[in-house]
Design a protein around this ligand. Structure first.
Ligand code: NAP
Ligand code: ZN
Length: 362
Protein backbone atom coordinates (compact mmCIF):
# COMPACT_ATOMS: atom_id res chain seq x y z
CA UNK A 1 0.00 0.00 0.00
CA UNK A 2 1.33 3.47 -0.87
CA UNK A 3 2.12 5.63 2.09
CA UNK A 4 -0.23 8.57 2.60
CA UNK A 5 0.89 11.09 5.16
CA UNK A 6 -1.24 13.91 3.73
CA UNK A 7 -3.40 14.11 6.85
CA UNK A 8 -0.51 13.49 9.24
CA UNK A 9 -0.39 17.04 10.52
CA UNK A 10 -0.66 16.62 14.27
CA UNK A 11 2.69 17.48 15.86
CA UNK A 12 3.71 15.10 18.62
CA UNK A 13 6.68 15.01 20.98
CA UNK A 14 7.95 11.58 21.70
CA UNK A 15 11.01 9.41 22.20
CA UNK A 16 12.55 7.15 19.59
CA UNK A 17 15.44 4.78 18.96
CA UNK A 18 17.29 5.51 15.74
CA UNK A 19 19.62 2.54 15.40
CA UNK A 20 20.49 -0.79 16.97
CA UNK A 21 22.26 0.87 19.89
CA UNK A 22 18.68 1.17 21.14
CA UNK A 23 19.41 4.59 22.62
CA UNK A 24 16.21 6.54 23.03
CA UNK A 25 16.22 10.28 22.34
CA UNK A 26 13.50 12.94 22.10
CA UNK A 27 11.85 12.81 18.70
CA UNK A 28 9.22 15.08 17.16
CA UNK A 29 6.94 13.60 14.54
CA UNK A 30 3.44 13.87 13.05
CA UNK A 31 0.40 11.73 13.63
CA UNK A 32 -2.76 11.57 11.54
CA UNK A 33 -5.60 13.93 12.31
CA UNK A 34 -8.42 12.36 14.24
CA UNK A 35 -10.50 10.47 11.62
CA UNK A 36 -14.16 9.49 11.84
CA UNK A 37 -13.29 6.17 13.52
CA UNK A 38 -10.52 7.57 15.69
CA UNK A 39 -10.08 8.74 19.21
CA UNK A 40 -7.21 11.03 20.15
CA UNK A 41 -5.64 10.22 23.49
CA UNK A 42 -3.54 12.40 25.75
CA UNK A 43 -1.08 9.80 26.99
CA UNK A 44 -0.48 9.85 30.73
CA UNK A 45 1.51 6.64 31.25
CA UNK A 46 3.23 4.04 29.12
CA UNK A 47 4.82 0.82 30.34
CA UNK A 48 8.21 -0.43 29.14
CA UNK A 49 7.74 -3.98 27.86
CA UNK A 50 10.74 -6.18 27.10
CA UNK A 51 9.43 -6.19 23.52
CA UNK A 52 10.27 -2.46 23.40
CA UNK A 53 13.86 -3.36 24.21
CA UNK A 54 14.00 -6.22 21.67
CA UNK A 55 12.65 -3.81 19.06
CA UNK A 56 14.71 -0.72 19.95
CA UNK A 57 17.86 -2.84 19.59
CA UNK A 58 16.56 -4.66 16.50
CA UNK A 59 17.08 -8.01 18.24
CA UNK A 60 14.43 -9.65 16.05
CA UNK A 61 15.80 -8.05 12.85
CA UNK A 62 12.51 -6.39 11.88
CA UNK A 63 12.83 -2.87 13.28
CA UNK A 64 12.02 0.08 11.02
CA UNK A 65 13.90 3.09 12.42
CA UNK A 66 13.18 5.53 13.87
CA UNK A 67 11.03 3.48 16.19
CA UNK A 68 8.84 5.06 18.87
CA UNK A 69 8.21 2.10 21.18
CA UNK A 70 5.42 1.67 23.72
CA UNK A 71 2.31 -0.53 23.69
CA UNK A 72 1.11 -0.25 27.25
CA UNK A 73 -0.60 3.09 26.75
CA UNK A 74 -2.98 4.76 29.15
CA UNK A 75 -4.50 8.21 28.91
CA UNK A 76 -7.55 10.37 28.46
CA UNK A 77 -9.65 10.81 25.35
CA UNK A 78 -9.43 14.34 23.97
CA UNK A 79 -11.17 13.91 20.61
CA UNK A 80 -13.78 11.51 19.28
CA UNK A 81 -14.58 10.85 15.59
CA UNK A 82 -18.18 10.92 14.36
CA UNK A 83 -18.42 7.13 13.84
CA UNK A 84 -16.91 6.22 17.19
CA UNK A 85 -19.09 4.18 19.52
CA UNK A 86 -18.64 3.82 23.26
CA UNK A 87 -16.04 6.54 23.95
CA UNK A 88 -16.39 10.14 25.05
CA UNK A 89 -14.02 12.99 25.71
CA UNK A 90 -12.47 12.61 29.15
CA UNK A 91 -12.75 8.80 29.23
CA UNK A 92 -9.87 6.87 30.82
CA UNK A 93 -8.70 4.54 28.10
CA UNK A 94 -5.95 2.15 27.18
CA UNK A 95 -4.30 0.95 23.99
CA UNK A 96 -2.22 -2.21 23.86
CA UNK A 97 -0.30 -3.77 21.00
CA UNK A 98 -2.92 -3.65 18.25
CA UNK A 99 -3.35 -0.76 15.81
CA UNK A 100 -5.19 -2.45 12.94
CA UNK A 101 -6.34 -5.77 11.52
CA UNK A 102 -8.37 -6.75 8.44
CA UNK A 103 -11.71 -6.71 10.34
CA UNK A 104 -13.05 -9.35 7.96
CA UNK A 105 -11.31 -12.66 8.53
CA UNK A 106 -12.54 -15.42 10.83
CA UNK A 107 -10.19 -14.26 13.60
CA UNK A 108 -11.29 -10.63 13.41
CA UNK A 109 -14.93 -11.68 13.38
CA UNK A 110 -14.53 -13.89 16.45
CA UNK A 111 -12.74 -11.34 18.64
CA UNK A 112 -9.29 -12.79 18.03
CA UNK A 113 -7.91 -9.94 15.93
CA UNK A 114 -4.56 -10.75 17.50
CA UNK A 115 -4.40 -13.76 15.16
CA UNK A 116 -5.41 -11.84 12.01
CA UNK A 117 -2.74 -12.30 9.37
CA UNK A 118 -2.93 -8.58 8.51
CA UNK A 119 -2.47 -7.62 12.13
CA UNK A 120 -0.55 -4.37 12.59
CA UNK A 121 1.07 -3.26 15.82
CA UNK A 122 0.93 0.16 17.44
CA UNK A 123 4.60 0.63 16.70
CA UNK A 124 6.82 -0.77 13.99
CA UNK A 125 3.62 -1.70 12.14
CA UNK A 126 2.06 -0.38 8.93
CA UNK A 127 -1.32 1.25 9.35
CA UNK A 128 -4.18 1.10 6.81
CA UNK A 129 -2.96 4.36 5.24
CA UNK A 130 0.44 2.82 4.60
CA UNK A 131 2.28 4.80 7.27
CA UNK A 132 4.60 3.28 9.85
CA UNK A 133 3.04 3.29 13.30
CA UNK A 134 4.58 5.08 16.27
CA UNK A 135 3.87 3.89 19.80
CA UNK A 136 3.24 5.24 23.25
CA UNK A 137 6.56 6.81 24.21
CA UNK A 138 4.88 10.03 23.11
CA UNK A 139 2.41 12.59 24.37
CA UNK A 140 -0.48 12.02 21.99
CA UNK A 141 -1.87 8.89 20.40
CA UNK A 142 -4.48 8.52 17.67
CA UNK A 143 -6.21 5.14 17.65
CA UNK A 144 -9.05 3.53 15.76
CA UNK A 145 -11.68 3.08 18.48
CA UNK A 146 -12.00 -0.65 17.75
CA UNK A 147 -8.56 -1.13 19.33
CA UNK A 148 -9.20 0.97 22.44
CA UNK A 149 -10.39 -0.26 25.85
CA UNK A 150 -11.86 1.38 28.93
CA UNK A 151 -9.87 1.46 32.16
CA UNK A 152 -12.09 0.56 35.12
CA UNK A 153 -12.44 3.43 37.58
CA UNK A 154 -10.93 1.53 40.50
CA UNK A 155 -7.61 0.82 38.77
CA UNK A 156 -4.80 3.36 39.16
CA UNK A 157 -3.73 4.56 35.70
CA UNK A 158 0.03 4.11 36.21
CA UNK A 159 -0.03 0.57 37.63
CA UNK A 160 -2.74 -0.48 35.16
CA UNK A 161 -0.70 0.48 32.08
CA UNK A 162 1.26 -2.82 31.99
CA UNK A 163 -2.00 -4.76 31.92
CA UNK A 164 -2.46 -3.64 28.30
CA UNK A 165 0.32 -5.96 27.15
CA UNK A 166 1.82 -7.94 30.03
CA UNK A 167 -1.59 -8.48 31.62
CA UNK A 168 -3.48 -9.68 28.57
CA UNK A 169 -0.57 -11.79 27.34
CA UNK A 170 -0.69 -13.96 30.45
CA UNK A 171 -4.46 -13.77 30.98
CA UNK A 172 -5.35 -15.07 27.53
CA UNK A 173 -3.55 -18.44 27.83
CA UNK A 174 -4.93 -18.94 31.35
CA UNK A 175 -8.43 -18.35 30.05
CA UNK A 176 -7.92 -20.58 27.03
CA UNK A 177 -6.88 -23.42 29.34
CA UNK A 178 -9.87 -22.95 31.61
CA UNK A 179 -7.67 -21.64 34.42
CA UNK A 180 -9.68 -18.45 35.03
CA UNK A 181 -13.02 -20.06 35.87
CA UNK A 182 -11.73 -23.33 37.34
CA UNK A 183 -9.49 -23.35 40.43
CA UNK A 184 -7.19 -25.92 42.01
CA UNK A 185 -4.62 -26.63 39.30
CA UNK A 186 -0.87 -26.60 39.70
CA UNK A 187 0.67 -24.01 37.45
CA UNK A 188 4.23 -22.87 36.85
CA UNK A 189 5.48 -19.47 35.75
CA UNK A 190 8.95 -19.36 34.21
CA UNK A 191 10.65 -15.96 34.49
CA UNK A 192 9.54 -13.51 37.15
CA UNK A 193 9.55 -10.28 35.19
CA UNK A 194 6.86 -7.95 33.87
CA UNK A 195 4.71 -10.73 32.41
CA UNK A 196 5.63 -13.35 34.99
CA UNK A 197 4.72 -11.38 38.10
CA UNK A 198 1.25 -10.60 36.75
CA UNK A 199 0.81 -14.27 35.85
CA UNK A 200 1.56 -15.17 39.48
CA UNK A 201 -1.05 -12.66 40.68
CA UNK A 202 -3.66 -14.08 38.29
CA UNK A 203 -2.79 -17.65 39.22
CA UNK A 204 -3.29 -16.95 42.91
CA UNK A 205 -6.46 -14.87 42.38
CA UNK A 206 -7.96 -17.76 40.39
CA UNK A 207 -7.21 -20.27 43.14
CA UNK A 208 -4.26 -22.25 41.80
CA UNK A 209 -1.08 -23.58 43.33
CA UNK A 210 1.59 -21.40 41.72
CA UNK A 211 5.27 -22.23 41.34
CA UNK A 212 7.79 -19.68 40.10
CA UNK A 213 10.72 -21.08 38.12
CA UNK A 214 13.43 -18.44 38.13
CA UNK A 215 17.13 -17.79 37.55
CA UNK A 216 17.19 -15.18 40.34
CA UNK A 217 17.58 -16.39 43.95
CA UNK A 218 16.90 -12.85 45.18
CA UNK A 219 13.34 -13.06 43.86
CA UNK A 220 12.30 -15.98 46.11
CA UNK A 221 11.18 -13.96 49.14
CA UNK A 222 9.29 -11.44 47.02
CA UNK A 223 7.68 -14.14 44.92
CA UNK A 224 6.34 -15.84 48.02
CA UNK A 225 5.66 -12.97 50.39
CA UNK A 226 4.60 -10.15 48.12
CA UNK A 227 3.18 -11.96 45.13
CA UNK A 228 1.82 -14.95 47.03
CA UNK A 229 3.54 -17.74 45.08
CA UNK A 230 3.32 -21.13 46.81
CA UNK A 231 6.64 -22.48 45.67
CA UNK A 232 9.88 -21.25 44.11
CA UNK A 233 12.31 -23.28 42.04
CA UNK A 234 15.72 -21.97 41.20
CA UNK A 235 16.25 -23.20 37.65
CA UNK A 236 19.97 -23.72 38.24
CA UNK A 237 19.25 -26.14 41.11
CA UNK A 238 18.87 -29.73 39.79
CA UNK A 239 17.61 -31.04 43.14
CA UNK A 240 14.74 -28.57 43.23
CA UNK A 241 13.87 -29.38 39.63
CA UNK A 242 14.01 -33.11 40.30
CA UNK A 243 11.74 -32.80 43.33
CA UNK A 244 9.07 -31.07 41.24
CA UNK A 245 9.09 -33.48 38.28
CA UNK A 246 5.66 -34.30 36.85
CA UNK A 247 3.93 -31.97 39.29
CA UNK A 248 2.37 -29.26 37.12
CA UNK A 249 -0.67 -29.10 34.85
CA UNK A 250 0.29 -25.96 32.98
CA UNK A 251 3.43 -23.83 32.67
CA UNK A 252 3.65 -20.34 31.24
CA UNK A 253 7.12 -19.48 29.94
CA UNK A 254 7.74 -15.71 29.88
CA UNK A 255 11.51 -15.77 29.44
CA UNK A 256 12.97 -13.16 27.10
CA UNK A 257 16.26 -14.95 26.37
CA UNK A 258 17.53 -18.29 25.09
CA UNK A 259 17.08 -21.06 27.69
CA UNK A 260 16.63 -24.80 27.92
CA UNK A 261 13.12 -26.22 27.69
CA UNK A 262 14.09 -29.74 28.80
CA UNK A 263 13.96 -29.20 32.58
CA UNK A 264 10.78 -27.15 32.23
CA UNK A 265 8.99 -29.85 30.24
CA UNK A 266 9.96 -32.43 32.86
CA UNK A 267 8.01 -30.42 35.44
CA UNK A 268 4.75 -31.08 33.60
CA UNK A 269 2.41 -33.94 34.44
CA UNK A 270 1.46 -36.36 31.69
CA UNK A 271 -0.72 -34.39 29.25
CA UNK A 272 0.51 -31.08 30.66
CA UNK A 273 0.97 -27.97 28.52
CA UNK A 274 3.91 -25.61 28.19
CA UNK A 275 2.70 -22.27 26.84
CA UNK A 276 5.38 -19.95 25.44
CA UNK A 277 4.83 -16.22 25.46
CA UNK A 278 8.44 -15.10 25.90
CA UNK A 279 10.05 -14.25 22.57
CA UNK A 280 13.82 -14.86 22.64
CA UNK A 281 15.72 -13.69 19.57
CA UNK A 282 17.22 -17.16 19.03
CA UNK A 283 15.23 -20.36 18.40
CA UNK A 284 14.72 -22.63 21.40
CA UNK A 285 15.58 -26.32 21.11
CA UNK A 286 12.57 -28.57 21.47
CA UNK A 287 13.57 -31.96 22.93
CA UNK A 288 11.36 -34.81 21.76
CA UNK A 289 11.73 -37.20 24.71
CA UNK A 290 9.84 -35.27 27.40
CA UNK A 291 7.03 -34.76 24.89
CA UNK A 292 6.91 -38.43 23.94
CA UNK A 293 7.18 -39.86 27.45
CA UNK A 294 4.74 -37.37 28.94
CA UNK A 295 2.31 -36.79 26.05
CA UNK A 296 2.99 -33.12 26.70
CA UNK A 297 2.16 -30.18 24.46
CA UNK A 298 4.04 -27.01 23.65
CA UNK A 299 2.27 -24.05 22.19
CA UNK A 300 2.50 -20.27 22.05
CA UNK A 301 0.31 -17.24 21.77
CA UNK A 302 0.38 -13.53 21.18
CA UNK A 303 -1.37 -11.07 23.51
CA UNK A 304 -5.18 -11.42 23.34
CA UNK A 305 -8.11 -9.91 21.47
CA UNK A 306 -9.61 -6.52 22.29
CA UNK A 307 -12.80 -7.91 23.85
CA UNK A 308 -10.70 -10.23 25.97
CA UNK A 309 -8.45 -7.32 26.98
CA UNK A 310 -11.51 -5.45 28.24
CA UNK A 311 -12.64 -8.57 30.10
CA UNK A 312 -9.17 -8.93 31.63
CA UNK A 313 -9.30 -5.35 32.89
CA UNK A 314 -12.68 -6.01 34.55
CA UNK A 315 -11.21 -9.13 36.17
CA UNK A 316 -8.26 -7.03 37.41
CA UNK A 317 -10.71 -4.52 38.89
CA UNK A 318 -12.60 -7.36 40.59
CA UNK A 319 -9.48 -8.88 42.15
CA UNK A 320 -7.62 -5.59 42.56
CA UNK A 321 -4.76 -6.75 40.34
CA UNK A 322 -2.29 -4.25 38.91
CA UNK A 323 1.38 -4.33 38.06
CA UNK A 324 4.14 -3.63 40.56
CA UNK A 325 5.80 -0.65 38.95
CA UNK A 326 8.77 1.69 39.10
CA UNK A 327 7.54 5.03 37.81
CA UNK A 328 10.11 7.04 35.84
CA UNK A 329 10.21 10.34 34.00
CA UNK A 330 10.99 10.20 30.27
CA UNK A 331 14.59 11.38 30.75
CA UNK A 332 15.22 8.06 32.54
CA UNK A 333 14.08 5.79 29.69
CA UNK A 334 17.61 4.75 28.71
CA UNK A 335 18.56 3.97 32.30
CA UNK A 336 15.38 1.93 32.64
CA UNK A 337 16.10 0.03 29.41
CA UNK A 338 19.62 -0.78 30.64
CA UNK A 339 18.26 -2.05 33.92
CA UNK A 340 15.58 -4.08 32.13
CA UNK A 341 18.31 -5.69 29.99
CA UNK A 342 20.11 -6.63 33.21
CA UNK A 343 16.97 -8.14 34.74
CA UNK A 344 16.90 -5.37 37.34
CA UNK A 345 13.30 -4.17 37.60
CA UNK A 346 10.52 -4.87 40.11
CA UNK A 347 8.56 -5.55 37.99
CA UNK A 348 7.72 -3.03 35.31
CA UNK A 349 9.00 0.42 34.46
CA UNK A 350 6.21 2.83 33.62
CA UNK A 351 6.93 6.20 32.03
CA UNK A 352 5.14 9.17 33.53
CA UNK A 353 4.55 10.75 30.15
CA UNK A 354 2.52 13.67 31.48
CA UNK A 355 5.58 14.73 33.46
CA UNK A 356 7.58 15.07 30.27
CA UNK A 357 7.50 18.78 29.62
CA UNK A 358 10.21 19.62 32.11
CA UNK A 359 12.28 16.54 31.44
CA UNK A 360 12.22 16.22 27.63
CA UNK A 361 15.85 17.24 27.30
CA UNK A 362 17.91 14.08 27.57
P1 NAP B 1 11.13 -9.06 31.62
O1 NAP B 1 10.40 -8.17 32.53
O2 NAP B 1 12.54 -8.75 31.25
O3 NAP B 1 11.05 -10.56 32.22
C1 NAP B 1 11.68 -11.65 31.63
C2 NAP B 1 12.18 -12.58 32.72
O4 NAP B 1 12.82 -13.68 32.10
C3 NAP B 1 13.22 -11.99 33.64
O5 NAP B 1 12.65 -11.27 34.69
C4 NAP B 1 13.94 -13.23 34.15
O6 NAP B 1 13.21 -13.81 35.22
C5 NAP B 1 13.84 -14.17 32.98
N1 NAP B 1 15.10 -14.21 32.23
C6 NAP B 1 15.77 -13.17 31.69
N2 NAP B 1 16.89 -13.60 31.08
C7 NAP B 1 16.92 -14.93 31.22
C8 NAP B 1 17.80 -15.95 30.79
N3 NAP B 1 18.91 -15.67 30.08
N4 NAP B 1 17.51 -17.23 31.10
C9 NAP B 1 16.40 -17.54 31.80
N5 NAP B 1 15.54 -16.59 32.27
C10 NAP B 1 15.79 -15.32 31.97
O7 NAP B 1 10.36 -9.19 30.23
P2 NAP B 1 8.77 -9.12 29.92
O8 NAP B 1 8.41 -7.74 29.57
O9 NAP B 1 8.05 -9.85 30.98
O10 NAP B 1 8.73 -9.95 28.54
C11 NAP B 1 9.14 -11.29 28.52
C12 NAP B 1 9.18 -11.80 27.10
O11 NAP B 1 7.84 -11.90 26.59
C13 NAP B 1 9.93 -10.92 26.11
O12 NAP B 1 10.65 -11.75 25.21
C14 NAP B 1 8.83 -10.18 25.37
O13 NAP B 1 9.20 -9.75 24.09
C15 NAP B 1 7.78 -11.26 25.32
N6 NAP B 1 6.41 -10.80 25.14
C16 NAP B 1 5.59 -11.59 24.41
C17 NAP B 1 4.26 -11.23 24.26
C18 NAP B 1 3.34 -12.11 23.49
O14 NAP B 1 2.28 -11.65 23.09
N7 NAP B 1 3.69 -13.37 23.30
C19 NAP B 1 3.78 -10.08 24.87
C20 NAP B 1 4.64 -9.31 25.64
C21 NAP B 1 5.95 -9.69 25.79
P3 NAP B 1 13.98 -14.54 36.46
O15 NAP B 1 14.86 -13.49 37.05
O16 NAP B 1 12.86 -14.93 37.33
O17 NAP B 1 14.72 -15.68 35.87
ZN1 ZN C 1 4.58 -5.90 25.37
Amino acid sequence: MAESRANHTVSVSGWAAHDSSGKITPYSFKRRQNGVNDVTIKILYCGICHTDLHCAKNEWGITMYPVVPGHEIIGEVTKVGTNVKGFMEGDRVGVGCLAASCLECHHCKTDQENYCQDLQFVYNGIFWDGTITYGGYSQIFVADYRYVVHIPASLPMDAAAPLLCAGITVFSPLKEHDLVATAGKRIGVVGLGGLGHIAVKFGKAFGHHVTVISTSPSKEPEAKQRLGADHFILSSNPKQLQAARRSMDFILDTVSAEHSLLPILELLKVNGTLFLVGAPDKPLQLPAFPLIFGKRSVKGGIIGGIKETQEMLEVCAKYNITSDIELITPDKINEAMERLAKNDVRYRFVIDIANAVTSNNN
